[in-house]
Design a protein around this ligand. Structure first.
Ligand code: GCW
Length: 671
């Protein structure tokens, strides 16, 4: 039957080759696991279901191997080579041993073993050790009480608040399985533009019901906080307060009690995520307090409970002459060293807002005393929603692999995040989820790969993007080698193609106002200057681009001298970042030998043409793919092709009004 994408990468159809099945089967005679730990039981049952499907034969779960050989042994021990959630896969005699220092480590090992089988890797003489590099690997859902998802493009929320806590949708469990298979161990279930309702007893009970489903998969639940909740949430015998001032003892008491209420229902509650004094959300600054005052108040309210406060750095002010690029840096670096040890500051990968390409946020490396978490966006807010194919792993890696130089060469963003550069105790990576109620979870079939890649990179940021893509294709779409290669190549080129037909050469923030879809570089009438797109590209008769050097906003000065050097000279700035930092004359000759105007046109035209290439590549894959998945992607590619031309024509015509130059041969102006 056709594949509707529901099973994601957890497809356990029988391996087509009988010899291969028989080979694996020799090591899968049984699964031995002792004890009743729920996470260990999950590991055993996932392995059992997976292997039975893949090998086409029953695999019994037994209490102890007791001298039997030819099976899989799951075991929790104390292995100095492993951290708390790491795992080891090892051949021991005729058995395969999956061991870890915790039950969740065993669960991750079980999924790793399944991945070996799904991708056709050998399990003979197995010796794999893997430790997660980051402790909190989480999804952030921007899901609202009414079932909508802010910037969600795959249907409505997975959480049916109106049915919870009584009815448990079976999909919650499948969601947990998918995450656990990647090593994701936390989920923030509600939008950072948070409703105070999540602090009511009614909603805490609903969230507790979700936590009960996720717990056996090693996943902890977190909540986004409406900072002034103390002013709106009433409870029996607990009236709302007049204030949300974090230094007011009554407010502090209110939160301490709220925390206890939450932990009474959710004993392994993960903690709070906070967006405050950002885009109109209230926060501690409303009381003349700092972000640190606000975050520390919540951290102290957590008391001895094992939870954290994740405070977002996404802030900016609507001022005409302030460069939004600098805002988070300016508000947060003075607070370094002032945060409670339970606080983590969560920073978007770039300084503006999940644009198609951004230089890394200058906060990375600039707060050595404050654990900084990475916030990536999986949902394609600025990357064509669920209609454009953009594989995001190369974009995530581009940021993680960049050298901040703060402690000499090799001080990559990844080392800031994994704690190795500054010795952070807490480490975290978050992905803003792209999931929804669509049958295939992510709307675009290929969007599943972004969820997958995020989870794999949160576990180990050194994994290569193409390797992750290949794995995902094999597990999700096809095992046919030629098709695996072609689709992997297509995915690897997809982001750069998208950049070219939307925002080439470092252009940014020129998309449709409000909706964030399609082109609108002409917007100069938004209510706030920092929302006007003309503010970001600054096109005029001389040239285009935002001067962020010393003669401009000087945002470049927020980086180390070595980084500044890479980006300060328009002659030597790598082309992908050029217009992020420089206002470049239209007739300036670039390293390609073409003028800026000609290069811009070349990018827009070849970018749009490349979507045709993507369509052709995809069409050739038809025999290797499930018809439903093939059609889904083919249809979306057709939309993408049309819209790439929309972007190209809109931008070339718009910028052409300033450049007043002809479109270079062989391209033609749109009719
Ligand atoms: O990217 C912008 C989005 C907002 C979002 C905000 C944020 C949740 O357009 O929808 O709000 O960022 O990250 O807080």
């Amino acid at each position: 039957c056709a594949d509707d994408g529901y099973r994601l990468w957890l497809k356990y159809d029988p391996l087509p080759d009988a010899t291969q099945r028989a080979n694996y089967a020799r090591s899968a005679g049984f699964i031995a696991v002792s004890g009743n730990d729920p996470v260990l039981r999950t590991a055993a049952s996932e392995l059992q279901a997976g292997l039975q499907g893949l090998l086409g034969k029953p695999v019994p779960v037994i209490g102890s191997a007791a001298g039997r050989t030819g099976g899989i042994v799951l075991q929790v021990g104390s292995d100095p080579a492993l951290n708390r959630e790491g795992y080891r896969l090892a051949s021991r005699g005729n058995n395969l041993v999956v061991s870890a220092n915790s039950a969740s480590g065993v669960l991750y090992g079980a999924f790793a073993l399944l991945r070996q089988v799904q991708t056709g890797a050998s399990v003979a003489n197995l010796s794999v050790t893997s430790n997660p590099k980051v402790k909190l690997r989480m999804l952030n859902h921007w899901d609202n009480v009414n079932g909508t998802i802010e910037r969600g493009y795959a249907g409505s929320s997975l959480w049916k608040w109106y049915e919870l806590p009584e009815r448990i949708d079976p999909r919650y469990r499948d969601y947990a399985r998918a995450n656990a298979s990647l090593g994701i161990n936390g989920t923030v279930v509600n939008n950072v533009n948070a409703s105070p309702r999540f602090m009511t007893d009614e909603y805490i009970k609903k969230v507790a019901a979700l936590a009960d489903v996720f717990r056996p998969y090693g996943i902890r639940v977190y909540l986004s906080v409406y900072f002034p909740a103390s002013k709106v949430v009433n409870g029996p015998g607990k009236p709302a307060l007049k204030s949300a001032d974090p230094l007011d003892p009554a407010v502090r008491q209110w939160w301490a009690e709220k925390v206890n209420e939450i932990y009474a229902q959710i004993p392994d509650f993960g903690g709070f995520l906070v967006k405050a004094n950002s885009e109109g959300e209230p926060g501690p600054q409303d009381y003349g307090r700092t972000h640190a005052d606000g975050a520390n108040m919540l951290a102290e309210a957590l008391g001895t409970h094992d939870g954290v406060v994740i405070w977002r750095s996404f802030v900016y002010k609507p001022a005409e002459n302030a460069d939004r690029f600098r805002a988070a840096y300016e508000e947060f670096t003075p607070l370094d060293g002032k945060f409670h040890p339970k606080v983590i500051v969560q920073v978007k990968n770039g300084p503006i807002d999940f644009q198609v390409r951004e230089p890394f946020s200058p906060l990375f490396g600039a707060m050595p005393k404050t654990p900084l978490a990475m916030e990536f966006q999986l949902t394609q807010e600025y990357l064509g929603f669920a209609t454009h194919m953009v594989y995001e792993a190369p974009m995530f890696k581009e940021c993680l692999d960049t050298d901040t130089h703060v402690k000499g060469p090799g001080s990559t963003v990844a080392k800031v995040i994994d704690g190795s550069l500054h010795g952070y105790e807490q480490t975290a990576m978050a992905g803003v989820a792209n999931t929804g109620s669509d049958r295939n979870w992510t709307g675009h079939t290929m969007g599943q790969a972004n969820w997958y890649a995020f989870g794999r990179l949160a576990w180990d940021h050194t994994l290569p993007s193409d390797g992750i893509a290949r794995e995902w294709v094999q597990m999700t779409l096809t095992r046919q080698p030629k098709a695996v290669q072609t689709i992997t190549d297509l995915m690897m080129r997809s982001r750069e193609i998208y950049v070219n037909y939307t925002n080439p050469l470092g252009l940014h923030h020129i998309m449709g106002y409000g909706i964030h879809y399609g082109p609108e570089p002409w917007l100069d009438k938004a209510p706030r200057p920092d929302w006007r797109h003309t503010y970001y590209h600054r096109a005029d008769s001389v040239g285009v681009g935002f001067n962020r050097t010393a003669t401009g906003s000087n945002a470049l000065s927020l980086y180390t001298p070595q980084v500044q050097q890479q980006w300060e000279n328009p002659q030597t700035t790598p082309l992908p970042y050029l217009l992020w930092f420089h206002h470049v004359p239209w007739n300036q000759t670039l390293s390609t030998g073409r003028s800026l105007w000609d290069e811009l046109c070349v990018r827009y035209y070849t970018g749009a043409d490349s979507v045709r290439w993507m369509q052709q590549q995809w069409a050739q894959m038809k025999p290797a793919l499930d018809p439903e998945q093939f059609d889904d992607v083919a249809g979306r590619l057709a939309v993408q092709q049309k819209e790439a031309i929309w972007w190209r024509d809109a931008c070339v015509l718009y910028f052409g009004r300033f450049a007043r130059r002809p479109i270079p041969a062989p391209f033609k102006a749109p009719d």
